[in-house]
Design a protein around this ligand. Structure first.
Ligand code: URA
Length: 436
């Protein structure tokens, strides 16, 4: 295979043959294709896209880079959810245990932080002792006994995505419909699900900035998923401001715990209930959305969802007290960003907030970077809320000042405070559209 020639072909707008795509993905996965050529190829795909035939071949090549699980011997309809990525999006950490507590098995393979967005794996690893590296045997047995397993790609589960995802993160090649679609579906189709709920984010904190782009991504994901014989529902949801009030790793686990105890932010609770109700309907344990919601609320009020998260944590080597007693890593130092004027918060650019968290150490600038589980930030004011001049709008939890100046600058850029009275009605709804 002449890799440089194939890169040129894609760069110049040609279509790659399925056999070439399979060979390229296989070579990158086994380490014979170096990062620099893979990065150039990704950039060519970023600019030129993939046609339907190429995308099919690319997704299947990533899917078959590892094992494809057959979970048919585990009773129940297996349902998962995946988000296309946002800021403050810790939904999976509350949602998966709630759905499992309601009787639907949830096998979940997640990703790490990508670009300005956080990753479920990095957040889970903020729980002391928690391992996201499960063997397939452990993944399978935990699903059968606990009803939910939360893990990352391994050498045997979608390894091509693990490598390509890390490379995209640091080469400016994230925001691409075919690369996102193949990344998500290679993981999801590998984990043996029967049905999938997708949370396609749109807005300043999403990879898809416009509704049109998000619709295209949602349609692509739904078409590939259904083509593979899965039941798929896609939600288009708002990511113009961060979800909830916390951005980071341990601090987002805290937000998930609050949601599981009924004390979380209203937007996080609403999205958890909406996605969860759909998962319960697809999983065959709720007749309709209203019944699904009622079950989800029941699992919050009874504490069953929180207990299930603690059970998952214990099963994966973590300390359940991290969940039940909120024993999570923290930093001793916080400083605040204050409002330069009085008014109402009119907008918060979520991508700037994500980049502020990254500057503090909550994400990676290079593939090799370690993530600091304890740093992050708290949004003390969200869109529509009033603020006085000099009052704090954001608390920055930093480690010895690392990244503090940049984070502060980004938060100052992110917040727009206006004279207008609160206009939350003018913002679009959290759930914008549902594709069933
Ligand atoms: N989530 C994924 O798993 N992959 C992407 O490329 C983006 C979001």
């Amino acid at each position: 295979m002449n890799v440089a020639e194939l890169i040129r072909q894609k760069r110049d707008g040609g279509a790659l043959a399925p056999d070439d795509i399979r060979a390229l993905i296989a070579a990158y996965t086994d380490g014979t294709l170096p990062d620099y050529q893979a990065a150039a190829l990704l950039m060519a795909v970023y600019f030129r896209g993939l046609d339907d035939r190429e995308l099919d071949a690319w997704t299947l090549a990533m899917l078959h880079s590892g094992d494809v699980l057959d979970l048919s011997e585990i009773p129940g309809i297996k349902v998962d959810k995946h988000s296309t990525g946002g800021v403050g999006d810790m939904i999976s950490i509350a949602l998966a245990p709630l759905v499992a507590a309601c009787g639907v098995p949830v096998p979940m393979i997640s990703g790490r932080g990508l670009g300005h967005t956080g990753g479920t794996l990095d957040k889970l690893e903020a729980i002391p002792g928690f391992s996201v590296n499960l063997t397939i045997e452990k993944f399978r047995s935990q699903l059968a006994t606990v009803g939910c397993a939360l893990c990352g790609q391994t050498e045997r589960l979608a390894p091509a995505d693990r490598k390509l995802y890390a490379l995209r993160d640091v080469t400016g090649t994230v925001e691409s419909v075919p690369l996102i679609a193949s990344s998500i579906l290679s993981k999801k189709l590998a984990e043996g699900i029967d049905a999938l709920v997708l949370d396609v984010k749109v807005g300043s904190g999403a990879f898809m900035k416009t509704l049109e782009q998000a619709r295209t991504l949602a349609k692509t994901l739904v078409a590939i998923g259904r083509g593979a014989g899965k039941r798929v529902t896609a939600f288009l949801t708002d990511m113009d401001q961060p979800l909830g009030r916390r951005v980071g790793n341990a601090i987002e686990v805290q937000e998930a715990i609050l949601t599981l105890t009924g004390m979380g932010s209203p937007d996080v609770r609403e999205l958890t209930l909406a996605l969860g109700a759909e998962m319960l309907v697809l999983g065959g344990v709720a007749a309709d959305e209203a019944a699904g919601r009622a079950k989800m609320i029941g699992a919050i009020e009874s504490g069953a969802g929180l207990a299930k998260l603690a059970e998952i944590v214990a099963a994966q080597g973590g300390d359940p007290r991290a969940i039940l007693e909120q024993k999570l890593p923290t930093v001793a130092t916080a400083s605040v960003v204050v409002a330069p004027r009085a008014g109402t918060v009119a907008a918060i650019k979520a991508d700037e907030v994500g980049l502020a968290a990254l500057a503090l150490g909550a994400g990676r600038l290079r593939k090799e970077d370690a993530v600091d589980p304890a740093v992050g930030l708290e949004l003390l004011r969200k869109v529509g809320e009033p603020v006085g001049r000099g009052e704090p709008v954001v608390a920055l939890h930093h480690r010895d000042g690392r990244g503090l100046d940049e984070a502060r600058r980004r938060i100052e850029r992110a917040y727009r405070i206006s004279d207008e009275p609160a206009a939350p009605k003018a913002t679009r709804p959290l759930v914008i559209e549902v594709m069933r």
